[in-house]
Write a protein that binds this ligand. Sequence first.
Ligand code: THU
Length: 142
Amino acid sequence: MSNIPENIIKDMINKAAKARIFAYTPYSNFRVGAALLTKDDEIITGCNIENAAYSPGNCAERTAVFKAVSQGIKDFKGIAIVAGKDDGELEYTSPCGVCRQVLREFVNPSEFTVVMAKDENDYKIMTLEELFPMSFGPDNLR
Ligand code: THU
């Protein structure tokens, strides 16, 4: 369950699915779209962007977070993710470890909703705390 109303969850999922179209994935053919919900109910999207040198590639979730932060937005309620291979079905996809850590920098993990979706009627919800317990964050350096 989540504090985010169902109509907004559906909007996030649909926007993540649209962002997925722009994924640049010539190496994995695994397209990911993400839609990040800000404190003010704005939705900022991202897609994964791969690279011939492999390691410079960026996940959809981090693309969305970095877009938001670079616009001065740092308070988030949740993120929706829609992903799957070009030639396959959509899969419930959770953020990779690096993206969990990047999200954790800006949110309270127990209050941040992660929506892993196939479409607006088929999704799983977890908190970041459930996906990433006992995480290291800004408080550890205070
Ligand atoms: N990827 C994401 O964008 N988000 C995830 O949650 C999982 C993985 C990307 C990275 C790479 O471009 C491709 O999916 C295959 O790992």
